[in-house]
Write a protein that binds this ligand. Structure first.
Ligand SMILES: NC(=O)c1ccc[n+]([C@@H]2O[C@H](COP(=O)([O-])OP(=O)(O)OC[C@H]3O[C@@H](n4cnc5c(N)ncnc54)[C@H](OP(=O)(O)O)[C@@H]3O)[C@@H](O)[C@H]2O)c1
Length: 336
């Protein structure tokens, strides 16, 4: 049994962490922090967690007594909390962007922020870093778009099938966090599709940095906000630089992910849907089509709050603590 704390537990990813940890047989959640809800029971903020008998507290990092801490806090905040926890010997899974980059100058450029405390961290995408995660004290949980985009593109880069990749993602509104904004206000985002950070989204450098560990590649990325609550559908377009058929592509993907418990390569031509993975830690990948002009298309679907955040964070915790890696993440999606 380990004791776990969640910093930033009043947010969406904090709520999802609590949902998965509630039935984890090897975990006891001993502290949940929130500044604005200190003294308030968890169920008042997360109504689906009615049976969670915990109350938010406004702990500082020095007060947290646990074996492992999830920091589900915004970028710029995590870097003020994580170093003290790691220095005190606690394991940490950080859900923000603060520890994802190998190149700190790239982080500072795309987040427009000086990093006050860089530390060595393992990028927590189990499909590429499983063994390193098992040894890590600090895991940087990947971004939601990068999770779906990297998993859909990795075999293309590893097998040198494409050097230029165009990634188009559609995301649900929960990706923006719990605080309402002008963009996420219902009349503005419902019945609408809104492209944003069209050529400058900060997840592009993250995707590119990680894929470049496997080959030469340039990544172009554009996200769109769509009127769903959860889910990211990512369409990857490329023009292969070697002869390849849809059948061969499919076999490469099947082989790459055959032992991955949370990556499901669909049947050739089968189209992934966000409803099939909603609420689950699975990534569906499919649609290996090549059009008459030679464009190859791949599509991935994830739940941004689960495989794109808290489910993956629990997967990382399982690896870091030597638990069965699928523990408490076995649930399937919530279709329809
Ligand atoms: N939403 C997603 O789909 C998603 C996916 C992947 C990664 N992420 C990343 O995960 C992190 C959390 O995202 P989220 O969507 O859960 O955000 P959120 O819903 O806005 O929640 C953020 C939490 O952080 C706490 N917080 C904010 N500022 C803080 C500060 N200065 N000190 C201490 N606590 C602070 C807030 O609690 P109080 O204000 O009550 O203290 C709140 O509980 C972010 O870094 C985000 O980029 C999110």
């Amino acid at each position: 049994m380990i004791n776990v704390a969640i910093v930033g537990a009043s947010g969406y990813t904090g709520g999802e962490l609590l949902r998965f940890l509630k039935y984890h047989p090897r975990v006891e959640v001993v502290a949940v922090t929130s500044r604005q809800y200190a003294g308030i029971p968890v169920r008042k903020v997360h109504p689906h967690l009615h049976e969670v008998d915990l109350t938010f507290e406004n702990h500082s990092p020095a007060d947290i007594d646990a074996d492992l801490v999830f920091t589900a806090t915004p970028h710029g905040t995590s870097m003020k909390i994580v170093p003290e926890l790691v220095d005190r010997g606690l394991k940490v899974v950080d859900l923000s962007g603060d520890y994802r980059f190998d190149d700190i100058s790239l982080y500072e450029k795309c987040y427009d922020l000086k990093h006050i405390h860089p530390m060595e961290a393992v990028y927590g995408l189990p499909e590429i870093n499983r063994n390193k995660i098992k040894e890590a004290d600090l895991v940087a949980n990947p971004g939601c778009f990068p999770t779906g985009a990297i998993l859909a593109s990795l075999p293309l880069v590893k097998e040198a099938i494409a050097e230029k990749i165009i990634i188009d993602s559609k995301t649900g509104v929960s990706g923006a966090g719990i605080k309402p904004t002008d963009v996420t206000h219902f009349p503005n985002c419902s019945d609408n599709v809104i492209p944003y950070a069209v050529t400058t989204h900060r997840h592009m450098p993250e995707i590119q940095e990680k894929l470049r560990n496997y080959g030469k590649v340039n990544v172009s990325f554009t996200p769109h906000l769509v009127p769903v609550i959860r889910g990211i559908l990512t369409t990857v377009h490329c023009f292969p630089i070697q002869e390849v058929t849809p059948q061969e592509m499919w076999e490469i993907y099947i082989e790459t992910y055959q032992n991955e418990p949370f990556v499901d390569v669909l049947e050739l031509g089968e189209i992934p849907r966000v409803s099939a993975v909603r609420g689950s830690n699975h990534c569906h990948i499919g649609c290996f089509e090549i059009d008459e002009n030679g464009r190859l298309v791949l599509i991935s679907a994830i739940d941004n709050l689960v495989k794109g955040a808290s489910g993956q964070a629990v997967h990382n915790m399982n690896l870091m603590c030597g638990f069965t890696e699928t523990m408490s993440l076995e649930g399937v999606g919530l279709h329809p």
